[in-house]
Design a protein around this ligand. Structure first.
Ligand code: UDP
Ligand code: MG
Length: 140
């Protein structure tokens, strides 16, 4: 499997509970390298642009409001099969369905406030990384 990069976001519910380090440890323990990282606060409009694929879903308003409600940590994770590996470490969207030991099983509060975002495919990973990071910030 090839080395990949994926976009990860530690969401406001997790930054509020001081979980950045514990979540980063899960990534590193799984062999994912955090090759870029910054803590920012999104506006609702920026959150809406990032999640535009979900704009017609009933939860869109709640999702963008939540994502703008506090700081997030946006990061690029790198490793063998990083996109799928990160999804595995994250666990299912709904923490009630997430496998034991996953980030969402341990930390998520609900299906909406579920602690982390991870890209779902190579195309979306490339788009999402470019949304937050300039090439000069990606030093490997
Ligand atoms: N979400 C929600 N209600 C739902 C489904 C999703 O609030 O019924 C939120 C949740 O924060 C989720 C995000 O929308 O992480 C994006 O949904 P997606 O289906 O892409 O899940 P993910 O890729 O994050 O597992
Ligand atoms: Mg998704």
């Amino acid at each position: 499997m090839a080395t990949e990069r994926t976009l990860s976001i530690i969401k406001p519910d997790a930054t509020a509970r001081n979980l950045t380090g514990k979540i980063n440890a899960k990534f590193e323990d799984a062999g994912l390298r955090i090759v870029a990282q910054k803590r920012i606060q999104l506006t609702p409009a920026q959150a809406g642009e990032f999640y535009a694929v979900h704009k017609d879903r009933p939860f869109f308003g709640e999702l963008t409001e939540f994502m703008a409600s506090g700081p997030v940590v946006v990061q690029v994770l790198e490793g063998e099969g990083a996109i799928a590996k990160n999804r595995e470490v994250m666990g299912a969207t709904n923490p009630a369905d997430a496998a034991p030991g996953t980030i969402r099983a341990e930390f998520a509060e609900s299906v909406g406030e579920n602690s982390v975002h991870g890209s779902d495919a190579p195309e979306t990973a490339a788009q999402e990384i470019a949304f937050f990071f300039a090439g000069i910030e990606l030093v490997g």
